[in-house]
Design a protein. Sequence first.
Length: 170
Amino acid sequence: MRFWTFLISMMPIGELRFSVPFGIFAGLHWTEALILSLIGNSLIALILIYIINYFTIDTITLFLEKIPFIGKIFKKWHNKAIEKSKKINNWSYTGLALFVSIPLPITGAWTALLIASFLNLKPFKSYIFITIGLFISGTIITIICVNFSNLMEYIFINKQQIKIFIDSLS
């Protein structure tokens, strides 16, 4: 389950907001689920920020828009990131950290990377502030999972179905 927790944290949808609860309900200790999720999400953020910096966001956008289904999804995500970057513009790096620290959909590292690119922020400094936001967000999600497990069971259907799903992955 460590591998799956780590891998899920790298995905653009869910990121550590999904991998932490997954890891905890898969039987990992909460600290292990949090650390694996932070490492995975931070690692992919570091890789992507330099890919975006090297190829430029315009080149990546042109390439992805040519792919039928993915292009449509990317365009939608791209437009939302532009809207959010206008709000973060005045806050710069602190705004990135605050944005990522909110544990809601489309406020993760992947979107923050796009925003950092739109605002022409320095890659490594952006990465540091995004990682700070990931730590805050991951901590909030972990506290919710550990202290409100009944609520999490309700959200994730029930423990038995989760167990069946997790066992099918092994």
